[in-house]
Design a protein around this ligand. Structure first.
Ligand code: FAD
Length: 467
C-alpha cells in the first residue's frame, strides 16, 4: 500500500493524501451512525487527477468510496471498517465552469456546494431550483449520485430532471465527457441516466450541466391547518387546479413533528400550534407580488370555505416566508436533538397517502403501544418522512437496536401494499441494501448486477453499497 500512497501523492500532492490524525470528518457520517476507517483520504483538484487516482487504485486493486458533502442519510459515502479503501473527496472540484444564459444552463464541478450553485445562478438573475435542507453542505455531485429531491420537486423534478449532461470518470480511470446543454439528444443509450442515482457504484461524477429557469417575479409562502391527511390531499388538488405550475412547494407536517421544533428551537415561529396537520404552500408567480398574493388568498379562501382548512397564515414578507421554510427544514434537526428514531423515506401515490398513514399508524400502535410518529414530508410528490420514535419513557437507542427490523417490516409491507417505494429520496447505500434484495424483483436485481459488472468489473467502486 505504501507504493499506492506514493503514486497518489505524486498525482494530487502530499497535502491532499491524508492518512494520519483525525479523519472523522470523512470517515463518519453526519448522523454518526456509520464510522469506517480509510486507507487514505484523497482530495484531487480536477478531473484529470480524479482519473489518475482511479487508474492507480484499479491497478492496485484498491476500492474507492466517492464522497461529496457527506450529508447522505444511508451510509453510502463513508468507508467500511477494513482500513483498505480510498476515500475520494470531490470537495476541491468546486468551480462553476460556465453559465449560458440564452440556453438556460449552468455547468459546474461535482464538489460545488449546492448553495453556491444556487447563488451563481441568482447572480445572473436566474434560478437553479434544486433545494434541500442540507444545501449549505451537500454537493452537486452528491445530489446527482443520489438523485436528490427536496422541496421543489413538485414543480421542477428531482436532480435527474434538472440534469442535461455529465462528465464521469469510470472505475478504470477513463473520462466520459458527456457534458451537454442539449434538451434533445436521442443518440443511443442514455449513459447520463445510468450514472444519476447510482450512489458512486458505477462511476465518479466530476461535473454536470444543469437546467436553469428565469427567477419568478414574486414568491409567496403560507401555512394552512388541516384536520386530517385527507384534507391535506384535498388542499393539494385545489391548489394545483388554481395555481398550476405556480405551485412550487407543498409540504405536510404532523403536529408532533412541529411540537419537536417548538421544543428544541423555541425562537422559531409556531403560528398554528393546535393544528393536527400543517401544510406549507409556496407559490411562485411570474407577474407581480400583488398577483401572487391575490392568487394565494383565492386558494386559501376557497379551502376555508370548503372546510378543508380551518386556519391559515400568509407570510407578509420574504423574510417571514423564509422563516416558515426554516421551521420545515428544522424538523430533522429537532428529531436528532430529541434522540434516535427509525427513519423512513417512502413514497406512495398521493391518492393513497391518507389510507397509508391511517393503516400504518394503527398497525404500529397495535404492535408497539405508545410509539411516537414524526410524520412530515413532500406531500406534493407522495413522499413522506415517516419516522418512528420509541414510546415515551423508553430508551430510544435500545428501541432502535431491538425493533428497527420489526418496525421496518410493518412500514415497508404497507408501502408495498399501496404500490409505493421504500426509498423515495435518500437512496440505498448500506442502510437499505438488504431491503433492496428482498423487495426488488429478481429480474430487476439481475439487470442491476449485469450493469454493475459491465461498468466496474473489479467491483472497486463503493463495493457493498446498493447491490
Ligand atoms: P455524500 O453524502 O457525500 O454522498 C452520497 C452518496 O453519493 C454516496 O454514496 C457517495 O459515494 C456518492 N457520491 C457523492 N459524490 C459523488 C460523486 N461526485 N460521484 C459519484 N458518487 C458520489 N435528500 C433528498 O433527496 N431530499 C431532501 O430533502 C434531503 N434533505 C436532507 C436534509 C438533511 C438535513 C440532510 C443531512 C440530508 C438530506 N438529504 C436529502 C440527503 C441527501 O442525499 C444529501 O443531502 C445530498 O444529496 C447528498 O450530497 P452529498 O454531497 O452530501 O453526498
Amino acid at each position: 500500500m505504501t507504493a499506492l500512497l506514493d503514486t497518489l501523492r505524486g498525482v494530487v500532492g502530499a497535502a491532499n493524501v491524508l492518512h494520519e490524525g483525525d479523519l472523522s470528518a470523512w470517515e463518519q457520517d453526519w448522523r454518526r451512525r456509520w464510522r469506517g476507517k480509510a486507507l487514505a483520504v484523497v482530495r484531487p483538484g480536477n478531473t484529470a487527477e480524479v482519473a489518475a487516482v482511479l487508474r492507480a487504485c484499479a491497478t492496485a486493486g484498491v476500492s474507492v468510496v466517492p464522497q461529496g458533502g457527506n450529508t447522505g442519510l444511508v451510509g453510502g459515502g463513508v468507508p467500511d471498517a477494513s482500513g483498505t479503501q480510498v476515500l475520494l473527496s470531490l470537495q476541491r472540484l468546486n468551480r462553476v465552469r460556465e453559465i449560458d444564459e440564452a440556453n438556460l444552463t449552468l455547468t459546474a464541478e461535482a464538489g460545488c456546494v449546492l448553495q453556491a450553485v444556487q447563488h451563481a445562478a441568482e447572480e445572473r438573475g436566474l434560478l437553479f431550483p434544486l433545494s434541500l435542507a442540507a444545501e449549505g453542505s451537500c454537493t452537486l455531485g452528491g445530489n446527482l449520485a443520489t438523485n436528490a429531491g427536496g422541496t421543489q420537486v413538485l414543480r421542477w423534478g428531482n436532480a435527474r430532471e434538472l440534469c442535461l449532461g455529465l462528465e464521469v470518470v469510470t472505475a478504470e480511470g477513463e473520462i466520459w465527457s458527456g457534458l451537454s446543454g442539449l434538451r434533445k439528444d436521442n443518440t443511443g443509450y442514455d449513459l447520463r441516466d445510468l450514472f444519476i442515482g447510482s450512489e458512486g457504484t458505477l462511476g465518479v461524477i466530476t461535473a454536470a450541466t444543469m437546467k436553469l429557469a428565469p427567477q419568478p417575479a414574486a414568491t409567496g409562502t403560507a401555512l394552512a391547518a388541516c384536520a386530517s391527511v385527507a384534507d391535506c390531499v384535498a388542499l393539494l388538488q385545489l391548489a394545483r387546479a388554481r395555481l398550476g405550475a405556480g405551485l412550487t412547494g407543498f409540504e405536510m407536517m404532523g403536529g408532533y413533528a412541529l411540537a419537536l421544533t417548538a421544543k428544541h428551537f423555541p425562537t422559531l415561529p409556531h403560528p398554528l400550534p393546535e393544528a393536527a396537520w400543517t401544510v406549507l404552500l409556496e407559490h411562485s408567480d411570474t407577474e407581480s407580488e400583488a398577483h401572487a398574493r391575490e392568487a394565494f388568498e383565492g386558494v386559501l379562501g376557497a379551502a376555508l370555505e370548503a372546510g378543508i382548512v380551518h386556519d391559515a397564515v400568509v407570510a407578509e414578507t420574504l423574510a417571514q416566508g423564509q422563516a416558515l421554510w426554516h421551521v420545515r427544514e428544522s424538523i430533522p434537526l429537532a428529531q436528532a436533538e430529541e434522540g434516535p428514531n427509525i427513519k423512513h423515506d417512502i413514497s406512495v401515490p398521493v391518492s393513497r397517502i391518507p389510507a397509508f398513514v391511517e393503516e400504518t399508524d394503527a398497525a404500529l400502535q397495535a404492535q408497539f403501544p405508545g410509539v411516537q410518529l414524526v410524520n412530515f414530508g413532500h406531500l406534493g410528490d407522495g413522499n413522506l418522512h415517516y419516522n418512528v420514535q420509541a414510546p415515551r419513557g423508553e430508551d430510544g437507542r435500545r428501541f432502535l437496536a431491538e425493533q428497527e427490523h420489526a418496525v421496518n417490516t410493518v412500514v415497508f409491507d404497507a408501502v408495498a401494499r399501496h404500490g409505493g417505494s421504500f426509498s423515495a429520496e435518500h437512496g440505498i447505500g448500506a442502510l437499505k441494501r438488504d431491503e433492496l434484495s428482498r423487495r426488488k424483483s429478481p429480474v430487476a436485481l439481475a439487470l442491476m448486477r449485469r450493469i454493475k459488472a459491465a461498468l466496474d468489473p473489479q467491483n472497486l467502486l463503493n463495493p457493498g453499497r446498493v447491490i
